[in-house]
Design a protein. Structure first.
Lengths: 633, 366
C-alpha cells in the first residue's frame, strides 16, 4: 500500500472564520393540521364521502328555508300520499307521479267484453288509468258485501239447537202463476228445509203456526213450488226458509247451503232472484230462543279486483267543475287583467263561455242568477284549473312524494335530518365536555379519587338503557329534553375512559415533570400540556360517536320515547321541529301495507347515506389525526 | 382465581342493587298510575297496603260526617289521584276507602323486604291487571331468549366463513367488496333492516313471510321457523358484518406471525397452515366477543320486538312505558332482568378472557 504524503498546507479549514450553524430547512414545514389534511385527502373514497356529507348538511339547512312553509307545516288533505315525481326524469317513465294500485274492487259495469277486464270507478277516473297495466284477479271471500259476487250462503244450526231460519227483507207480491224455485247446493241430509210465507199483516209472529208452510225438501238440487197451492193471488208477504233437524245438534255442523231462491212470475222479466249478496242480506228470524240458533255464512263469493298504474298527478290536477260566487269570479277576473279579453262565447248557449289557455278558469258552463230585492245574486258553474283549485300557481313536483298529511316528504326529510344532526352534535359536544373533565380529573389526581370515580362510572354505565328510558319518560315525559338526556346520560363514559387512558400515558412524561418543576399549576398542566396531546383521539371519537347518537335518536323517536310531531325547540336563532327521521319512519311504517312504500324507502336511504358517509368521514379523520402515522407515506 | 370470581359476583350484586334502588326511588317520585277499573283498583291498592306501600282509611258512605271528610279530601288534597286515591264502594258495599302512599323511605324498605324474603315484585297495574309483575316477565323470557339464541346461531357460521374468506383474500377484489358491504351493514340501523325485510318478504311477495307472532297455537315447526326468519335475519346481518370485520383483523394479524411461517416452512400448504394453526389462535380472542354479543343482541331486541310485534320481554317493557299508562312494577322487573343479564354476561366475558388466554391472570397483583 503506497501512502501518499500530503503536505500540511494541502488542507484548509472549511469554515475558517465563520461559526458553524444549523442551516434552515429547505423543505416546507408542515403543521400538525396541514399534515393531517394531506393524509386526509389521500384517500379518495373518504374525500367523496366527506363531500356527500357536507352536501347533506347544506341541504338540511337550505331546503327547509327555500320550500314554502305551508308545504311542510300544514296538513293538506287533497295532497295526501302523492307518489314521487321528479322533473326531467318523469319524461322517461320513472318518478312520473304514477302509483301502482293493487286489489281495487272493480265496477262490474265497466268490464270490457273484448278483454274481459274491468276497472274501479269509485275514486278513480278511467282517463288516468294506464289500461296497458290493467290486470284483474278474483279474490274468494266470505264478506257480505255487494262487491263480492256469487257463492253460496250456508245456514248452520248451532250446538244443542234444532232449527234456524232466514227471511227475505222485501215483500213479495203473489200473482197468478207465481212459482218459487229453490236451488240447494248442498245440505246435511238429516234435516229438512222448510219454506214458509209470512203475510205482511203479521209483522211480529210469535209462533210458527202463523206462518204458511209452502213446502218441505230434504234433497240437494233445484226444487219448485207452485205458490198458488197455499196462497192466493194478491197476497203480500215475505219468504222464510227454515232448516230443521229432528234431534238437537251435537257438533253444530248441520247445514244447508243455498245457491239461490227465485220468485218466478209469468213474465220472466219480473222474476226476483235472490243469490249471492242479495241472499246473504236475508235477515235472521228466531221464534223460539230455546231451540233455534245458528250461523248464516256466505261462502266462496268472488270479488274481482284490478291492479293498475294510475296517474295520480294528472287526476289530481285535472280541471275540476266548481261552483263559485260572483264575488270570487270577479276577483279572479280582476287578478288576471287580460283574462276577460280571451273570452270566446258559446254560440249555442249565451250563459256559457270559454277562456284562453293559462288562466285559473277554463270555462263557464252555466250561470244561476236569483234576484232578491232588486239585487242579482249569481253563481257561476265553472271548469277550474286543477292546479289553481288546490292552491298552486303551476303544477308542483314532489320529489319524494307526500306523506299521509299531505306534507312534502323531501322537505320533511331534510328538516328531520337537521333536527337529528343538531341533536347529535349537541349531545356529542356535551359528552366530550363532561367526559374530558371527568376523565382528566380522575386520571390526573389518581389514587383514591380515581378509584372512587371509576367505581361510579362502573355503576352508572351498567344502568340498563331501557331502565333509564323508563325513568326519564316517567319523570319528564317524551320530548327534546328527555331525548337529550338519553343521549348524554351514558355517552360521556366512553370519552371519560379514553381521556383517562390518554392522561395516564402522558402524565408521567418528562416534559410534564419539567413543567411541574417550573411551577406550573395543575390546571395549566392539564389543559396546556396534556390535553392537546390527547385531543386527536378524543375528537375522532366524538365524530365517530355522532352517527351512533343519531342512530339512538332514530330508534327512540321511532318507539315514541323521543320527540314527536308538533313539538318544537328554539335554541337561539334555530328552531328545531319535532320532525326527525325516526318520527318520519314511524309515520311511514303504518303505510307499508297501503303500498305507499316511498314513505319508508326515502328516509331509509337518506339516513343510510348519512350513517355511511359519517362513518367514512370519521374513519378518515381518525387516520389523519393519529400522530403515530404522522409523516409516513 | 376463586377469590376474583367471588369479588366480581359481589360487585355485580352491589351494582344491581344500586341501580334498582335508584330506579325504585326515581319511579316513586312520579305520580302513581293504578288500574283504571274501580274493583281492580280496589284489589291492587289493598295488595299495596298488605305489601306495605300504602295505608288505608275506611269511611261509611251512609254516614254524612264521613262524606264531608271524603269530599274535603277529594276537593282539597293536592295529591289526589297522584298518591292519594279514593275507591268507591265495591260489590254493593257501603265502605268508601281512602289510600295514602307512605313515605319513599318506608316504601323502599318494604319493597326490599318483599323482594328478598318473598321474591315479591308487586303486581302489574296496566299490562295484566293484578298479575304478579315478575311472572309477566318470566312468561315472556323464553321467547326473547330463543330469538336471541337463534340470531346467535344464525350469525356465527356466516361470520366465521366471511371472516376467514376476507382474511385469506386480504387486499384483493373480493376483500374490497366485502369491506364496502360490511361498512354499509354496520352503518344501517337494524330498524331499517327489519322495515326493508318486511317490505320485501311480507308486502312485495304477498305475505310470503307473514308476521306469525304470537306463536301460540302454532305447532308446526316449519311455521314457527317462518315467523323467526325476518327478525333473526334483521338482527343477524349487522352482527355478521361486525364479526367478519373483527375476525378478519384478528386472523390477518395471526397470519403474519412467525409460527405460521414455521408451519409453512415445514411443508404445510397455505390452507392447511391457516386451518390448523392460524384459526385456532385467532379464535381465542373471539370467544369473549361472541359471549358479549349476546348482551348486545338482547338490548337491541326491543326494537325488533316492537316493530315485528313479537310478544317478548322488550315489547312488554315498552308497553309498560306507554305514555300515561305506566306500569312501574313491570318496569322494575324488566330492569332487573336486563340488568342481571348484562352484568352476568360481562362477568362471563371477563372470566373467559382468563380461561382462553393464559397470558391474562385474573386479579393478579400489579
Amino acid at each position: 500500500m503506497d501512502n501518499k504524503q500530503f503536505p500540511k498546507d494541502y488542507f484548509s479549514l472549511v469554515q475558517d472564520n465563520e461559526r458553524l450553524l444549523d442551516k434552515p430547512l429547505q423543505t416546507k414545514q408542515l403543521s400538525y393540521f396541514q399534515d393531517a389534511m394531506m393524509r386526509f385527502t389521500k384517500n379518495k373514497y373518504n374525500v367523496i364521502a366527506s363531500i356527500i356529507l357536507l352536501i347533506m348538511v347544506i341541504l338540511s339547512i337550505t331546503v327547509p328555508m327555500i320550500t314554502p312553509k305551508n308545504l311542510y307545516t300544514q296538513t293538506n288533505s287533497s295532497l295526501t300520499t302523492l307518489p314521487p315525481k321528479v322533473p326531467f326524469l318523469s319524461n322517461f317513465g320513472i318518478f312520473d307521479g304514477t302509483k301502482e294500485f293493487d286489489n281495487q274492487p272493480i265496477d262490474i259495469d265497466t268490464i270490457d267484453p273484448e278483454t274481459g277486464l274491468g276497472y274501479p270507478t269509485l275514486g278513480f277516473d278511467v282517463k288516468y288509468i294506464d289500461l296497458e297495466t290493467l290486470t284483474n284477479k278474483e279474490i274468494i271471500g266470505s264478506e257480505r258485501s255487494p262487491l263480492y259476487i256469487g257463492g253460496t250462503n250456508d245456514l248452520y244450526i248451532n250446538f244443542d239447537k234444532t232449527a234456524y231460519a232466514i227471511q227475505s227483507n222485501e215483500f213479495i207480491t203473489i200473482v197468478d202463476g207465481t212459482n218459487l224455485e229453490i236451488d240447494i247446493n248442498d245440505m246435511d241430509l238429516s234435516g229438512d228445509v222448510k219454506i214458509y210465507f209470512i203475510d205482511s199483516s203479521i209483522p211480529d209472529p210469535s209462533s210458527w203456526d202463523e206462518f204458511t208452510l209452502l213446502g218441505t225438501f230434504s234433497s240437494i238440487g233445484v226444487h219448485n213450488i207452485n205458490l198458488l197451492n197455499e196462497l192466493n193471488a194478491g197476497d203480500i208477504g215475505k219468504i222464510v226458509l227454515k232448516y230443521e233437524i229432528p234431534t238437537p245438534s251435537l257438533e253444530g255442523s248441520e247445514f244447508v247451503s243455498l245457491n239461490s231462491i227465485t220468485v218466478e212470475y209469468p213474465n220472466p222479466e219480473n222474476n226476483i232472484v235472490f243469490s249471492g249478496y242479495d241472499l246473504s242480506a236475508f235477515s235472521l228470524i228466531v221464534i223460539n230462543n230455546a231451540i233455534e240458533n245458528g250461523r248464516y255464512l256466505r261462502k266462496d263469493a268472488a270479488m274481482t279486483v284490478a291492479s293498475f298504474t294510475y296517474d295520480v298527478y294528472a287526476a289530481l290536477f285535472a280541471d275540476a267543475p266548481k261552483i263559485i260566487g260572483a264575488e270570487e269570479y270577479n276577483q279572479i277576473l280582476l287578478d288576471n287583467p287580460k283574462m276577460e279579453d280571451t273570452i270566446t262565447l258559446n254560440p249555442d248557449d249565451d250563459e256559457a263561455w270559454t277562456f284562453g289557455e293559462g288562466y285559473p278558469l277554463h270555462a263557464v258552463t252555466s250561470v244561476d242568477s236569483i234576484t232578491i230585492a232588486g239585487t242579482v245574486y249569481s253563481n257561476y258553474h265553472v271548469m277550474m284549473n286543477g292546479t289553481y283549485a288546490i292552491g298552486f300557481e303551476s303544477e308542483p313536483y314532489f320529489l319524494f312524494g307526500t306523506d299521509v298529511f299531505g306534507k312534502d316528504l323531501f322537505t320533511l326529510i331534510w328538516l328531520g335530518l337537521r333536527t337529528s344532526l343538531l341533536l347529535g352534535v349537541m349531545a356529542s359536544i356535551s359528552n366530550i365536555i363532561i367526559g374530558v373533565i371527568w376523565g382528566a380529573f380522575s386520571a390526573y389526581y389518581g389514587g383514591q379519587v380515581d378509584i372512587l370515580m371509576e367505581r361510579f362510572t362502573d355503576i352508572w354505565g351498567s344502568f340498563p338503557q331501557i331502565t333509564m328510558i323508563g325513568i326519564i319518560t316517567v319523570l319528564i315525559g317524551p320530548g327534546f329534553l328527555a331525548l337529550f338526556i338519553f343521549m348524554v346520560y351514558d355517552g360521556w363514559i366512553g370519552v371519560a375512559k379514553v381521556t383517562r387512558l390518554q392522561f395516564y400515558r402522558y402524565k408521567g412524561r418528562e416534559y410534564v415533570l419539567a413543567a411541574r418543576t417550573l411551577g406550573a399549576s395543575d390546571r395549566r398542566i392539564i389543559f396546556k400540556h396534556i390535553l392537546p396531546n390527547t385531543l386527536g383521539t378524543i375528537v375522532t371519537r366524538v365524530i365517530l360517536s355522532i352517527p351512533s347518537v343519531i342512530f339512538l335518536e332514530v330508534n327512540l323517536s321511532y318507539l315514541g320515547f323521543g320527540i314527536g310531531n308538533g313539538q318544537s325547540l328554539t335554541i337561539g336563532p334555530v328552531t328545531l321541529t319535532g320532525t326527525s327521521i325516526g318520527v318520519i319512519l314511524n309515520d311511514g311504517q303504518q303505510q307499508i301495507f297501503a303500498g305507499n312504500l316511498w314513505l319508508i324507502i326515502y328516509p331509509t336511504i337518506i339516513v343510510s347515506i348519512l350513517m355511511i358517509t359519517f362513518n367514512m368521514f370519521g374513519n378518515a379523520l381518525r387516520d389523519a389525526l393519529n400522530p403515530q402515522l404522522r409523516g409516513s407515506e | 382465581m376463586t377469590k376474583y370470581i367471588i369479588q366480581r359476583i359481589i360487585w355485580i350484586f352491589i351494582i344491581l342493587f344500586t341501580t334498582l334502588t335508584i330506579t325504585f326511588v326515581l319511579l316513586k317520585l312520579a305520580p302513581e298510575y293504578p288500574p283504571t277499573k274501580n274493583d281492580e283498583k280496589d284489589t291492587w291498592l289493598e295488595k299495596q297496603v298488605s305489601d306495605g306501600f300504602y295505608t288505608s282509611e275506611y269511611y261509611d258512605i251512609t254516614n254524612p260526617d264521613d262524606m264531608v271528610i271524603i269530599n274535603d279530601i277529594r276537593n282539597n288534597n293536592p295529591e289526589i289521584n297522584k298518591t292519594v286515591f279514593i275507591v268507591s264502594p265495591v260489590r254493593d258495599g257501603n265502605i268508601i276507602k281512602v289510600f295514602y302512599r307512605v313515605p319513599i323511605s318506608e316504601q323502599y324498605f318494604s319493597w326490599l323486604n318483599n323482594v328478598l324474603t318473598e321474591w315479591n315484585w308487586g303486581t302489574s297495574t296496566k299490562i295484566h291487571v293484578n298479575v304478579p309483575a315478575f311472572s309477566i316477565i318470566t312468561a315472556r323470557m323464553p321467547l326473547t331468549l330463543y330469538l336471541n339464541l337463534a340470531t346467535l346461531a344464525f350469525y356465527l357460521p356466516f361470520g366465521f366463513a366471511f371472516g376467514i374468506i376476507t382474511a385469506l383474500k386480504k387486499d384483493t377484489f373480493i376483500d374490497n367488496i366485502a369491506q364496502i358491504i360490511i361498512m354499509v351493514f354496520l352503518s344501517l340501523p337494524s330498524l331499517v333492516f327489519i322495515l326493508l325485510l318486511i317490505i320485501i318478504f311480507s308486502y312485495k311477495m304477498d305475505g310470503f313471510l307473514p308476521s306469525l307472532f304470537p306463536l301460540v297455537g302454532i305447532e308446526d315447526w316449519k311455521n314457527i321457523a317462518k315467523g323467526f326468519i325476518i327478525p333473526v335475519v334483521a338482527g343477524g346481518l349487522p352482527a355478521i358484518a361486525g364479526f367478519t370485520r373483527m375476525l378478519r383483523a384478528e386472523l390477518s394479524e395471526v397470519l403474519t406471525s412467525e409460527f405460521v411461517l414455521l408451519a409453512k416452512t415445514k411443508g404445510l400448504s397455505h390452507t392447511q397452515a391457516v386451518l390448523r394453526h392460524a384459526i385456532r389462535n385467532s379464535i381465542v380472542p373471539m370467544v369473549p366477543i361472541i359471549i358479549g354479543s349476546f348482551a348486545g343482541l338482547l338490548s337491541g331486541s326491543f326494537i325488533m320486538e316492537s316493530v315485528y310485534a313479537i310478544p317478548g320481554v322488550g315489547r312488554v317493557t315498552l308497553q309498560a312505558l306507554a305514555f300515561g299508562n305506566y306500569d312501574y312494577n313491570v318496569i322494575m322487573s324488566s330492569s332487573a332482568f336486563y340488568g342481571s343479564i348484562s352484568l352476568v354476561t360481562v362477568l362471563i366475558v371477563d372470566l373467559s378472557y382468563g380461561i382462553v388466554d393464559p397470558q391474562i391472570r385474573m386479579g393478579a397483583r400489579k
